[in-house]
Design a protein. Sequence first.
Length: 88
Amino acid sequence: MVTVLLARRGFDVAVRVAAVLIQAGDVEVVPASDMFLDVMETFGTQRGGNLSFTDAAIVTLARNRDARFVATFDRDFRRVEGVAVVPA
């Protein structure tokens, strides 16, 4: 849902809607991982708003595991601080 909002309405709308849904008392959010809120943090605080929610999950996982490299052809990862892209 967050990635679709990012693509169709922009970064600010995606972040605002995600925050409202997470904080809403009448909506139950079932995290798929213990890192869900960390991923939301990564997604919401990224510079430029180019990473999808899935990309933010990859960045969060890499950071949590102290991985220095991410193997991808996705150029958006090259702008992420602290993550080196392979192939470069």
